[in-house]
Design a protein around this ligand. Structure first.
Ligand SMILES: C[S@@+](CC[C@H](N)C(=O)[O-])C[C@H]1O[C@@H](n2cnc3c(N)ncnc32)[C@H](O)[C@@H]1O
Length: 244
């Protein structure tokens, strides 16, 4: 299989790169929010842009779960984590069709930022709507809000275990209505030359009203939560009305 794009290269190292991210805590908070806003008792959840399946591994403790992602390499890691019992589908968030509906649809850690245009974003969010039962709830974690992007940024992540030494350096800046994040990875594994890969990712910077517009055009009743960890990115909560 050929590796494609950032996530193709990164898949085997993604969990190490984000080893400090507390998926269990996030999943608990997201389920509380889904139960608070949804209008049905949730028993099923679809995670779109599920990556390596770390949120799914938490959600499955309480719900029947499925995932969609456009990276086969990320899905392969998720498959290793979740086993054959979880439906994982290769697909694009704008057009996948699972032929079934869920009580909760999530799209987390800014996977929605890969929607380049308003039309793409509208298509993705309308697709989340189609995959929800009436009364079900969509939870979408946005990308950094336009008004919160200040100047240039940069960071360094390092990680080491017996098999892998990893360093990720990022620099990011704004170009008009877009953020640009320059990723450079160095990966050392025993008995192999140090690998280097790099990717520059350009994502649109939008404000909360633009994102809420996509939800409303799809038919959702929507609001954004900006507390705690969602202060800079926003967590968009869309409820599919029962009578629609
Ligand atoms: C930042 S990662 C987030 C992964 C996961 N949700 C998490 O919290 O760790 C973004 C994910 O979105 C996926 N992705 C990007 N564009 C996509 C698209 N058009 N349709 C579906 N998934 C997409 C990538 O392959 C990647 O796994």
């Amino acid at each position: 299989m050929t590796r494609s794009g950032l996530y193709g290269e990164l898949a085997g190292y993604y969990d190490r790169t984000y080893h400090r991210k507390d998926y269990a805590k996030e999943a608990r908070a997201l389920l509380r929010i889904a139960r608070r806003y949804g209008q049905r008792v949730p028993v099923s959840l679809l995670d779109v842009g599920c990556g390596t399946g770390r949120h799914l591994a938490e959600f499955r403790r309480e719900l029947s779960v499925a995932g969609v992602d456009s990276s086969r390499e990320m899905l392969a890691v998720a498959r290793g984590r979740l086993g054959r019992g979880v439906r994982l589908v290769h697909g694009d968030m704008r057009r996948f069709s699972l032929g079934t509906t869920f009580d909760i649809v999530t799209c987390l850690f800014s996977a929605i930022a890969y929607m380049e245009t308003r039309r793409d974003r509208d298509r993705a969010i309308a697709n989340f709507y189609r995959h929800l039962r009436p009364g079900g709830v969509a939870l979408v974690e946005g990308w950094i809000r336009s008004s919160r992007w200040q100047g240039t940024h940069g960071d360094l992540v390092t990680y080491e275990d017996r098999e892998v030494r990893l360093a990720r350096v990022t620099s990011s800046w704004r170009e008009g209505d877009h953020s640009v994040v320059d990723f450079q990875f160095l990966i050392g594994e025993p008995g192999a030359p140090v690998r280097h890969f790099a990717e520059r990712v350009r994502n649109p910077l939008i404000d909360t009203e633009e994102m809420l517009g996509s939800f409303r055009r799809a038919g959702f009743r929507a609001k954004v939560l900006l507390g705690g960890q969602y202060r800079t990115r926003g967590l968009y909560v869309g409820v599919r009305p029962i009578a629609s």
